[in-house]
Design a protein around this ligand. Structure first.
Ligand SMILES: [Zn+2]
Length: 147
């Protein structure tokens, strides 16, 4: 599976294929970790490039300053209150059809319409700004959406 661009990956993927590949939090985290550190690790705190496995699965820990980073840190999925597979599914649906309504999403995924609306907005803004839905600075998100 290509780890280059999540938007394109989702756009070209069938629902069956998607559900098979991202059916659990572990699978989603594994994907994010693979994509995030495909070119190696760089510590956000000190810039060190050596890391070891963190305490929880799919985290990396800087060997110099001990800063631990999760697979979701600095992605749209960071601090997301929706279960990760649902957040992935919502992203998938938005990539497949950018004009999909939050009501429609709420019918497919068992989430409140307002929750869908908020997360859809976050993803749409990220796609518009970065051209993809994952890597971004969480500081920017907080400033923009006050989440
Ligand atoms: Zn560090």
């Amino acid at each position: 599976m290509s780890v280059k661009n999540m938007k394109h990956l989702f756009k070209d993927m069938s629902m069956v294929n998607f559900e098979e590949k991202f059916s659990s939090s572990e699978k989603c985290l594994a994907y994010l970790a693979e994509k995030k550190w495909q070119d190696g690790f760089i510590c956000k705190k000190c810039g060190h490039t050596n890391s070891c496995e963190g305490k929880s699965p799919f985290t990396r820990r800087c060997t110099k300053c001990k800063h631990q980073e999760s697979a979701t840190a600095n992605t749209v999925f960071h601090g997301c209150k929706i279960p990760l597979p649902d957040a992935f599914k919502l992203s998938f649906m938005v990539c497949q059809n950018p004009n999909i309504s939050s009501y429609e999403i709420g019918r497919v995924i068992d989430l409140r319409q307002m929750t869908c609306w908020k997360f859809k907005k976050k993803i749409t803004e990220c796609i518009n700004e970065k051209g993809d839905i994952d890597m971004l600075q969480k500081v920017e998100i907080k400033k923009k959406l006050k989440l």
